[in-house]
Write a protein that binds this ligand. Sequence first.
Ligand code: ATP
Ligand code: MG
Length: 748
Amino acid sequence: MSEHKDFLRTIVEEDLKEGKYKEVVTRFPPEPNGFPHIGHAKSIYINFGIARDYHGHCNLRMDDTDPTKEDTKYVEALKDAVKWLGFNWGENVYFTSDYFPKLYNYAVQLIKMGKAYVDSLNEEEIKEYRGTVTQPGLRSKYADRSIEENLDLFERMKKGEFKDGEHVLRAKIDMSAANMKMRDPLLYRIRHVHHFRAGDEWFIYPMYDFAHCLSDYIEGVTHSICTLEFENNRDIYDWVLDTLELEPPRPYQHEFARLGINYTVMSKRKLLELVEGKYVSGWDDPRMPTIAGYKRRGYTPESILNFCDQIGIAKANSMVDVSQLEFCIRDDLNKKAPRVMCVLEPLKVTIINYEGSEEIDASYYPHDVPKEGSRKVPFSNELYIERDDFMENPVKGYNRLTLEQPVRLRHAYIITCKELIKDAKGNIIEIKAQYHPDSKSGSDTSGIKVKSAIQWVDAKKAKTIEVRLYDRLYKNEAPEGLEDLNPDSLKIIKNALVEPAVITEKPDERFQFERQGYFYADPVDYTEENPVFNKIVGLKDSWTKKSKTENKPKQEVKKVQIHGEEAPMNETQKALFDKYVDELKLNNEVANILARDESLSKFYEEALNVFNSPVHLANIVANEVAKELKEKEINKLKFNAKQIAQLIKMVEEETISNKIAKQVFEQMSKTGENPTQIVEAKGLVQISNPAVILPIIEEIIAKNPEMKAKYQAGNEKLLGFFVGQVLKTTGGKANPKVVNELVAQKLK
Ligand code: ATP
Ligand code: MG
């Protein structure tokens, strides 16, 4: 069981204690309209996890009520994901479409009770009659139809006698309800389309609000756990189940916060756009936040579950830093992955005083990993090392091979550079070196001091592989569109070299290529002729810690540094760096920037004291504040740490959007005003309340009927149009996430 009890588990425990249910039954109810992503992993972890912890059951149910977007391939992907994460749904996968006959009967029952009617207003009229948050709606004149007429019309709707949109079935609740969702919600609509499972049998399809609660009830679900955007739907959920006077016990809905991760998009709709536009190679592209993508990239299910456990379950929406996920995978692989050697950019080394060849026994694991095993690494007088492990004119603090400075070849001997061979343009193409026969790793009596050990491969025995290095899919933390895609998210190295053991090991193995990162044989493109390896994740930049231990090479090569290597950190900086990475979970770059600059780290810690949001604050200090500091001295800054903390607090509490925060920061740095003052004076408070946003959305949709029709005919890109209009109308103040969700719902 997860260590910390969250609010959902608290509810479940109380219900069990009170004897409300004999057994806990949850369900994971995805719509099969795309591949599941890391957000779904959170939902899977919650639903299956709760069922497991309380010895209950979790159903896997395909919520397939919108035949225009659904497909069997998505059903398979969803099953794969649940299975891969290690959960078991029992004998059956359930489908809402299997309940269509039952749902139809429940609808008939509601009609007979006088609680549902066939409405013949068109869509625009229905919107218009619904009223606004401040104005009650008007009931349709068709609401007075007799029960007989309603039954007759509904049956004929089912038989396909009417065109799409001609009639709908609505619940008769309250056209002046404060919760707009309760203003006679739609229960069924006519759709003359083929359903991937139900075939052509149905011409009417139930709406989510009708189908979901009843499917839960039919399956004996006890706790129907969903994300926060369904909070207002809960009233309908309860109304349907209570009105039908179903035999108890009945399920109850509970909401939790959706997971968001920075530097990526998450909704299936946006991911589908990337797939269809060929911005990625498919749903399982290793850069995608899909379960299939993570799986192909080499993530382990354990690491994803661990991540879900760490982020916890809350009631407030939040954005999680992707580096937290990366931390989890690194943490998992550190304990499991054999260490091997790979050279990405080879530079030839000829050892002039070595003859013949040998095989060196080399352990797969460092001492602090409780695993054993070793392999033979071939060694001869022709080797390759990493090009940037040699510097002709070394920068200060460079610890690897130079003309004067010897280096250890990991697991093998110490070498000293004797001569450089250059091409006509002056590029180094080969190093001639001398090895020290008495310096062999494990039995070194040479007395030669080296500052580091580097990876290498034997020139004749090494295998050529293709290596795919991945970076974030988007260059912005909160991407807004395709223009934010990171053009450098994939880098392919065609001629990397690995020691032979990597190829002979079983292909499902995840390796640590020492000092490079963790790698995984690509399950799709790997062939014997062209072995392809994906970089799963980089290593923690801990060279500051480990470079002193001779046999442990420093961990990460920072490829971003163009001008050689940075100077080593002093003790204080190192301590700060470690704290930032280990405790505060900052990513290496940000931790590095902060730790090395005293005024920045002081500023950061001061801000942290005011508002404890390590990652978010670190990002703004390492970027925006640092930029200001390049131009001014710290005591000339117009703003102080406390104000920055206030700014971030407003963003996290969703008082203002990220976009507005940038605007506010600019003004702060010019005038020194308090962020709260600026926001107040300019009226920049973010609008997240659906009740305020909905009428605006409805008005915009009503004004653009053609756009809406095109959207519903399949041009999903138009969603952006509607969202854009809403944001524009509110001067950028509407919460884009809320707007996005509401617009998508409204256009359904
Ligand atoms: P998307 O917008 O990505 O299509 P969705 O909510 O429409 O997501 P469904 O397939 O309907 O996706 O969701 C299945 C389950 O997964 C639901 O219970 C939903 O609440 C949950 N879920 C979806 N996205 C997230 C997320 N980002 N965080 C947590 N749970 C999520
Ligand atoms: Mg959806």
